[in-house]
Structures are given as C-alpha cells and as structure tokens.
Design a protein around this ligand. Structure first.
Ligand SMILES: [Zn+2]
Ligand SMILES: [Zn+2]
Length: 396
C-alpha cells in the first residue's frame, strides 16, 4: 500500500482452497535446510575469495566479519548476501484486496486471509474519519466467508462496509451475526461464533447481485437481508472503477468479477469447474460449458487473472491422489484443472494468470515444482503463469 502510481494494485492475502493449511514440521525443516544451504554456499564463496592458491585463509575472524562476533556484527555480515525469499503458496483461504488508482479499497472474498487484510486496511486508514470498504463475495462456502468475524475492520465504528454478493453470500455472512438483518435465529445464536451485530460497531450495508430477469425480487415489502439490489450483468461503479459480476459453475451459486480501471483489467474467478463428465446431455455439463464460455469472454485480453486451478486432470479423474490423499474422482467438486486454466488463458491471450485455490492436501515442495513448471510455460508463450503466492502484490 505505497505511494507509487498504479491503476489497480492487487494484494493476494489468501489463495488457499477449501481450508487454511500451513507447512508441516517436516516441510518447515526441509525449507529451513534449503535456506541454510543457500546461505552457507554464499558464505563459503565469500571466504574462498580470501584464500591463497593453496586454499588457506590468512586472516582473522574479525577481519572476515568486520568486528568481534556479536549478533549485530553477524547480522550485518549476513546482509552482504542476497538469499531468495522462501516462497509460500497458500496458507490462508481466499481473500484478494484491490486498491484502485483513485483510492478505493475493494476486497474479493472474506476467507481467513481477510484477517491480515483488515489489519493492513486499519493501518492504511489510520486517522481517516470515515472509511469505506467494498466487499465482493463469490459464494457462500465457508472458505470464502470464515475470516469475516475476525476482521478488525468490523470493530471500528468509523468504518462503512458495503457488501456485494449473491443472496447466499449475504445470508452466509448474516445468519450467525445478524449484521444486515439485526436479528439472529435463537437456535443459531452463539453456536458458531460468540459474536453478533451488537458487538460489531462498523456500519454494514448489503447489496444483492441478482439476475432480475430469471429471478425478479419478490414484491412483499422490506427486504432485511438485502438493503438494495443490483442487476447481474450491469456494471457496478465504485469511483472510476467498473466491476462486472458474472456467474460461474460451482455446487453453490457463485459469482466471478471483471474489474476495470484506467484501461487495466483484472478478472477474479475462484471456485469454477470446467466439468469433464461423460454425459453431454447432463444439464450440469451444459451449464458448466456455458459458464466456461462466459468466463472466456470476460477474461479475453485481461492484464491479470486470478483463477481457481485446484487439480491436475489426472487428479480430477481420480487416477492420482494429491499428497497423501488417495485417488478419488473429483467430478462436481466445483474446481478446475490447471491444464484447462492454462489452455483458456493462452486462447484468450491473458497477460498474467495467477492460479490459486490450492488443494489443502498438496504439499509444499509440490507447490514449488508446479510453479517452476508454470514459469517454463510462461517463457515459452510470452504470457505469464504463476502459482498464486500468499502476500504477493501485483501492480497494473
Ligand atoms: Zn472455495
Ligand atoms: Zn466453493
């Protein structure tokens, strides 16, 4: 969140699929060893520069380090070497923050990554008297809503939080907390969270994104869940930014978004399945293909695409397990195959594709080699492919 010039600044706070996961002890030790070896390689390269032709080093330890051994001297010696940062692909569940060139803050999904995002937003807003946050939800699944009631932005009365999403998304946020309706069913009160709207002093406003033609709003008085309604397909304008929602294919109704500002375009599409069923007449197969075609139109020529690619095709078909999990068919789990994501992005000339919603069973080293493989594909085509990395920032 610096001062440089940009149209869209995209901060990936949560790129993990299905549930938050972190490296196991075994994986952490392997990563640490890798970093240690890299450092030692550079230290010994430095020492060898001081060696005589017979390999002996004729100087004192202080001369090498630049002082007597102390934590401070070791730290400044360490700073001479550039060690590539350990890459972390995943961790927190879906949350993408987009800062626009005219100073608006948009957040796509409130998975567990939203907690860190909210801390950064509170710091950025500092003493600003009124602060607006625009949240766009994809769908109601827990990994896209779980960070909401832990987010610092919900507990500051100066904050005005505008939530856009389909009805299921609004309900998922409201049913345990009552943030929109100011009521919680007695049977749910305190069951999933100790919090409720009276303890969350930010101002919450909801806008349902709704296909008005297929599903006109009922004319039965006040709608407490959706304070307003916005027709699907009609762009939403926040300052100079245009946001267009569209439906993708998932077991729960799910929206993706095309975000445009200053001639730059980002598409946020999580939880979409290009279905590989063997019955072409199956209505789910047809709905998936239609959604895929719609997505293709929306991503055409985009500068950046954040996209769900949880499986490889062999894993989707069940021929191969992921990590220690066995091979089970993953048809209708609602997620896409990495190969399909890459094919579509190439066909639609998307400049940079960030593949996220990582499978929780995929271990850390495997995430690394997938990223390396994608990078080689990038070199070959001129279009960029990366495995989405937590805490990375993309500037358009
Ligand atoms: Zn998900
Ligand atoms: Zn989902």
């Amino acid at each position: 969140m610096g001062d440089e010039c940009f149209n869209l600044k995209i901060h990936l706070y949560g790129v993990q699929g299905s549930g938050s996961v972190f490296p196991s002890r075994r994986e952490r030790l392997a990563l640490q060893e890798l970093m240690d070896i890299r450092l030692l390689e550079q230290v010994f390269a430095d020492l060898s520069k001081r060696a005589s032709p017979d390999g002996r080093i004729g100087c004192t330890l202080e001369e090498i380090l630049g002082g007597k051994v102390s934590r401070q001297v070791l730290r400044s010696y360490r700073q001479r070497f550039e060690i590539e940062e350990a890459r972390v692909y995943g961790g927190w569940t879906t949350c993408v923050h987009v800062e626009t060139g005219d100073g608006c803050d948009l957040v796509f999904d409130c998975g567990s990554g939203f907690r860190n995002c909210a801390v950064d937003l509170q710091q950025k807003w500092a003493a600003a008297p009124r602060r607006d946050l625009f949240i766009f939800g994809s769908h109601s699944h827990f990994d896209h809503t779980e960070g909401f009631d832990q987010a610092a932005v919900c507990f500051d009365p100066r904050n005005h939080i505008h939530v856009y999403g389909n009805r299921q998304y609004l309900r998922a946020l409201d049913q345990n907390l009552g943030i929109f309706t100011h009521q919680v069913d007695a049977s749910l009160l305190g069951v999933q969270t100790p919090l409720r709207y009276e303890l969350m002093p930010a101002r919450f406003e909801s806008c349902e994104i709704r296909d008005m033609e297929r599903n006109p709003p009922p004319d039965d008085g006040e709608d407490r869940l959706a304070h307003s309604c916005h027709p699907l397909w009609e762009p939403i304008r926040i300052g100079a930014t245009k946001i267009t929602a569209f439906e993708v294919f998932h077991p729960a109704p799910c929206l993706a978004y095309r975000i445009e500002h200053g001639g730059k375009t980002l598409v946020f599409c999580t939880d979409h399945e290009l279905r590989h069923g063997d019955q072409p007449d199956d209505p789910r197969q047809q709905a998936s293909l239609q959604a895929e075609e719609r997505l293709g139109q929306k991503v055409h020529g985009a500068d950046a695409l954040y996209r769900d690619g949880q499986f490889f095709r062999a894993e989707y078909d069940g021929y191969q397990g992921i990590g220690l999990s066995g091979g089970v068919p993953r048809l209708d789990w609602g997620h896409s195959c990495i190969e399909d994501v890459v094919d579509m992005a190439e066909m639609c000339a998307v400049k940079a594709t960030y593949i996220g919603h990582h499978d929780p069973n995929r271990d850390w080293s495997e995430r690394n080699w997938i990223d390396e493989t994608l990078k080689r594909r990038s070199d070959h085509t001129g279009l960029r492919f990366e495995l989405a990395r937590a805490e990375s920032v993309i500037t358009l």
